[in-house]
Design a protein around this ligand. Structure first.
Ligand SMILES: [Fe+2]
Ligand SMILES: [Fe+2]
Length: 136
């Protein structure tokens, strides 16, 4: 089962970012539930495209916040966001040519892995930085 169970461990200490991460996780879990229900209620593609749209807004917002406060690892972090967009473009070709009701389980696996690793490894690196700046 590909799901993300949100715990405090995922909190980066900035409430707006936590809210956005939670929303992304909720959308991924919705895709996962859709898989288990046999895709009968809503096409995966619709959930995925809403998730991608929201994720892009989040990544831009996070980059704006890092840039505004002079986060020293901004370039490297932005590059990691770029890798996500590139990987998604690759997957979305799969979706377009495939059945819009049913996504490849690989996409779900990728989304769960990428967001879990990115929040816990990359985003977590700016937690002390924003804390020091008094941003919550
Ligand atoms: Fe993030
Ligand atoms: Fe990030």
């Amino acid at each position: 089962m590909n799901r993300v169970n949100w715990t405090d461990e995922y909190s980066v200490g900035v409430s707006k970012l936590d809210e956005q991460h939670q929303m992304i996780v909720t959308m991924i879990n919705k895709l996962s539930a859709n898989h288990e229900d046999g895709h009968q209620y809503e096409p995966d593609q619709e959930i995925l495209s809403k998730m991608v749209e929201y994720a892009e807004l989040h990544l831009k917002y996070e980059e704006m916040l890092m840039k505004k406060h002079g986060y020293p690892d901004f370039d490297q972090h932005k590059e990691s966001h770029g890798d996500f967009i590139i990987a998604l473009e690759h997957f979305s070709k799969d979706v377009v040519s495939g059945n819009k009701y049913k996504l490849s389980p690989l996409i779900l696996e990728f989304l769960v892995d990428w967001w879990t690793n990115h929040i816990l490894e990359e985003d977590m690196k700016f937690k002390p930085f924003f804390q020091e700046k008094g941003i919550s």
